[in-house]
Design a protein around this ligand. Structure first.
Ligand code: BG6
Length: 510
């Protein structure tokens, strides 16, 4: 029998000739992620020669100044070494276009510039519009693209839009934004970025589950006791991030998007194929199956929110959250959240999914751990199972990407005593080369027309629907669950440990 996944598994997406227009091109994302990603795609030989990138922003700037600013950034942020030879060729494809976001003439001039590139460079009227500006400009940009007629490609060509996060701040704003996008671009041409989906290890979850025969038969409530997903960060509000973060908080900033995407990949049913819609159909079912947490009691029982107080990370003193730059000294925004969730499907009945995410934790690490049930009977007269001895499959999303399976073994010797050991796979040693950055993969996919690793409208809206109920319990009820505390550099508040202890579980030590 032919493997239906085979064709898709061996395919590599190919970028088509095109122009990429980045709105908000003078911002941090362009410098740290987008240009280094395009440079690395070029370094791997995957960028077609018929390619242009146009930075669209409000400040006056020449092409040369723009290129030289990007060069400085690329030297610092590129995954592969920055070489003068490659940069000088690549930088010739970079242009700067100055315009206000609300000036239709600026968009018409952009259209003329793109037409010119089609002739000079062979970019063939394919256009990728990348919204990397502050989110309040997304709607005006979309409206003006439409007013200037740039959203309609010539026959046989394409015009696509990539939307950066945050995609709304609740269901109402996300719906508003989705409407604005839908007024200008078809859903098939809309690419909502979630950079966690571009991470190599996140993509590997589906391969692990559906291309191996040993995991899937056990991947259910019969064999799995519980699942933990941790996303720890050892930074706080450096670089002026406090201003944005204090309006968002851990739940909106990380859980609604990145953590729910990981949860969906772990909990989804096998898709009928690896096409964009088949995969996203299955992922959205997971989010729709989450047992709702409605009202302050249910939220208080299952969700712990917290802020860090002064402490130290790696021996360096850190301020408390409320003392951070650009954070309201009376802030009610959580910098940490832990959740106990249930996916109400046949497969997952009764299996708790614990999610935790926080700033100023002891280290930066994202991992998923699948904790299997203990054997029904242990046939060794001499010993009982040692504590904390369950089989665990750990998927390390970052850093030190890889997977480890923890099993019990007999210690050598006359006595029968058991010890947990690890079967460990590391990307670095097995593949011998660094994985592409998430943005490399995602930009390449958008230029190739593959939306599988981008969030679909219904995924985003269903996720917000769930998150909004928690926000309402925190901010709109008369009896809101408390804001807990943890010292910077610790693993979070004790209440998050108690949340797991109620079910006889513990957070895995990272
Ligand atoms: C972003 C969040 O989406 O993801 C940040 O806004 C967070 O707050 C970042 O730090 C984490 O991404 P990564 O790839 O470093 O884990």
């Amino acid at each position: 029998m032919e493997n239906p996944f085979q064709e898709t598994l061996i395919q590599k997406n190919r970028a088509e000739p095109c122009s990429v227009v980045i709105f908000g091109a003078t911002g941090d994302l362009t410098h740290r992620k987008l240009i280094p990603a395009l440079y690395n795609i070029a370094a791997c030989g995957d960028l077609p020669p018929q390619f242009k990138v146009v930075g669209f922003a409000r400040r006056e700037k020449s092409d040369d100044v723009f290129r030289s600013e990007l060069e400085t950034a690329n030297k610092k942020h590129s995954r592969q070494a920055h070489t003068q030879e490659l940069w000088s060729g690549f930088s010739q494809s970079i242009h700067y276009h100055q315009s206000e976001f609300q000036d239709v003439e600026g968009y018409k001039a952009l259209g003329r510039l793109l037409d010119q590139f089609d002739v000079e460079r062979g970019t063939t009227a394919n256009r990728l519009f990348y919204l990397a500006s502050a989110p309040e400009f997304f709607k005006p940009i979309l409206e003006h693209l439409k007013a200037a007629g740039l959203h309609v490609p010539p026959q046989g060509k394409w015009a696509r839009v990539v939307c950066e996060k945050p995609f709304g701040k609740d269901l109402a704003t996300a719906r508003g934004l989705n409407e604005a996008v839908a007024n200008t671009f078809a859903e098939k041409d809309t690419y909502r970025i979630d950079h966690y989906l571009g991470k190599e290890t996140a993509q590997n979850i589906m391969v692990l589950r559906f291309a191996n025969s040993i995991f899937e038969p056990n991947w259910n409530s019969r064999y799995i006791d519980h699942i933990q997903i941790t996303c720890a960060e050892n930074l706080g509000m450096e670089g002026g991030r406090g201003g944005y973060y204090d309006t968002a908080g851990a739940l909106r900033d990380m859980v609604q998007n990145h953590l729910f995407q990981l949860l969906s990949l772990v909990a989804m049913e096998p898709p009928t194929d690896l096409g964009a819609d088949a995969v996203r159909d299955e992922k959205v079912k997971v989010i729709r199956s989450l047992r709702p947490l409605i009202g302050p009691h249910a939220v208080g029982q299952n969700v712990i929110r917290a802020q860090y107080t002064t402490g130290s990370v790696d021996g360096v003193a850190r301020p408390g959250y409320r003392q951070e730059d650009r954070v309201n000294p009376e802030s009610q925004t959580e910098a940490y959240v832990a959740l106990r969730l249930f996916v109400d499907t046949w497969r997952w009945q009764g299996v708790p999914f614990y999610i935790r995410v926080g700033k100023q934790l002891p280290k930066k690490a994202t991992e998923i751990s699948v904790h299997f049930k203990r054997p029904p009977q242990v046939p060794f007269a001499t010993s009982k199972l040692i504590d904390n001895s369950e089989n665990t499959l750990v998927i390390r999303i970052q850093p030190d990407e890889g997977m480890a399976l923890r099993i019990l073994c007999k210690q050598p010797g006359q006595a029968l005593s058991m010890q947990p050991v690890k079967m460990d796979f590391r990307y670095s040693s097995s593949f011998g080369k660094a994985s592409p950055e998430a943005y490399e993969r995602l930009l390449l996919d958008a230029m190739a027309g593959d939306a599988t690793l981008f969030a679909r409208r219904d995924e985003v809206e269903n996720a917000w629907k769930f998150i909004d109920e928690i926000q309402a319990a925190w901010h709109k009820s008369d009896t809101p669950p408390p804001m807990c505390e943890y010292p910077a550099g610790s693993w979070g508040p004790k209440e998050a440990d108690q949340l797991l202890a109620q079910n006889g579980h513990e957070w895995r030590l990272l």
